[in-house]
Design a protein around this ligand. Structure first.
Ligand SMILES: Nc1ncnc2c1ncn2[C@@H]1O[C@H](COP(=O)(O)OP(=O)(O)O)[C@@H](O)[C@H]1O
Ligand SMILES: [Mg+2]
Length: 394
């Protein structure tokens, strides 16, 4: 098709043909009328994207429909922004770059080899079901009219006529439920030892991800768990065998909804943005040797950290609101988190001990190479006898 999807030229993933293929399927589905469907429960405009058979293949979050984007469908959020940004926003986060945070979280996950974030990249899509302004819709009607009257002239417009939206596209993972659900189940019905170990290992990876990106929104509804109970392993069907062979375990964590991370300064009031997993019993267990062996060699290498920052730079700089100084501050926070994490893993600490460490930032000195370590006030980032936060989410 000559003008398939009209976003096809905007989405190039030369290094990842598998992902390119999935996006092409999404574009084809839209072209033949299987349109992305708004996820109603979300706080912002998020959409389930389908293939032409109607199967959900991804979650798309357009930049312009983020809580601070100009086309967020929830009007109240818009008025909050106008009236009192300091009360309703997250003063430590770059506004309207949630989609970059989503893609950045995947980048960090991938670099660290954690494997808990479903693949997430920046993608352009256009669909009538997205939220468009009256002006965009009127323009689109004009283009459609032109297309009917003067097809040759109108060819340069895409068939829908609406402008494509940039956003994060995360692969949809199947068979998962919100962590809350399984955590409750595991309390009354404890996991078999080997599965418990595997869950612990996955949990540690979630902790590491959140700590490095300083996620401000990890409630137990923003991570998913897939668990398939294995009976006794005696009468495994072919499918089960394959599962055992390929997955090597029956439990897996997916860290979704990573749009509120990468703050440009440490939150002033940690109580507002705690890591909710820190209250789980799993957080009291020291990091396993397996996790330490996986992560320490990477994060204790200055070159690795520098590389990570450069990759994030390539990603973040694509935003039209990109600001170099703000980005440097985001990286200073992240390097501080990495410094603490390195120490905690070396010392055999637990996730709880990790989040109790004093906050630091590591600034890049103007001369280059060596970073300047700034220890912030000796207040801890999170303590444990405190009440639950008041503004845990909005
Ligand atoms: N990658 C994914 N795979 C499967 N389900 C997902 C995925 N991302 C989101 N969901 C489902 O959609 C719901 C809303 O997604 P979320 O990312 O939390 O959006 P919001 O930013 O609107 O809270 C989640 O609670 C989850 O049930
Ligand atoms: Mg959510």
């Amino acid at each position: 098709s000559g003008h398939l999807g009209h976003t096809i030229d905007m989405n190039t993933f030369l290094d990842d043909p598998e992902f390119a293929e999935i996006i092409m399927r999404a574009e084809q589905a839209i072209e033949c009328g299987v349109l992305p469907e708004r996820i109603s429960q979300g706080s912002s405009g998020s959409y389930f994207v389908k293939d032409s058979k109607g199967k959900t293949i991804g979650v798309f979050k357009p930049k312009s429909e983020e809580p601070y984007g100009h086309l967020n469908p929830k009007w109240t959020k818009y008025f909050h922004k106008i009236c009192c940004p300091c009360c309703f926003g997250r003063g430590c986060l770059v506004p309207n770059q949630g989609y970059l945070s989503e893609a950045g979280a995947y980048l960090v996950d991938d670099k660290l080899g954690l494997g808990v974030v479903p693949k997430t990249k920046v993608v352009w899509l256009v669909s009538e079901t997205f939220n468009y302004s009256a002006i965009d819709r009127a323009k689109s009607r004009g283009k459609k009219y032109a297309l009917e009257k003067v097809p040759k002239v109108a060819k340069k417009f895409n068939r829908i006529g609406l402008p494509p939206k940039v956003g994060s596209f995360q692969l949809f993972v199947e068979g998962y439920k919100e962590a809350d659900y399984w955590l409750r189940k595991f309390e009354t019905d404890p996991l078999p030892e080997n599965t418990r170990k595997e869950f612990q290992s996955q949990f540690e990876r979630l902790v590491i991800l959140d700590y490095v990106i300083r996620n401000t929104d990890r409630g137990n509804d923003n991570w998913l768990v897939r668990y398939e109970k294995q009976d006794d392993g005696l009468n495994l069907s072919d499918k089960d065998t394959q599962w055992t062979v390929t997955e090597e375990s029956t439990i897996k964590i997916a860290a979704i909804d990573n749009g509120l991370a990468f703050p440009f300064k440490h939150p002033d009031e940690w109580r507002a943005y705690p890591f909710h997993w820190a209250w789980l019993s799993q957080a009291q267990v020291p990091f396993s040797q397996e996790t330490r062996d996986l992560v320490l060699p990477r994060i204790s290498d200055m070159n690795f950290v520098q590389d990570l920052c450069e990759d994030l730079y390539e990603l973040f700089k694509t935003d039209k609101g990109f600001d170099k100084a703000t980005f440097e501050n985001q990286m200073s926070v992240m390097r501080g988190q990495i410094l603490n994490l390195t120490q905690a893993l070396k010392d055999g600490k637990s996730p709880i001990q990790l989040v109790k460490m004093p906050r630091v930032i590591v600034e890049r000195s103007s001369t280059g190479s060596q970073g300047r370590i700034v220890h912030l006030s000796n207040t801890f980032t999170q303590t444990f006898h405190s009440r639950k936060p008041f503004f845990s989410s909005w």
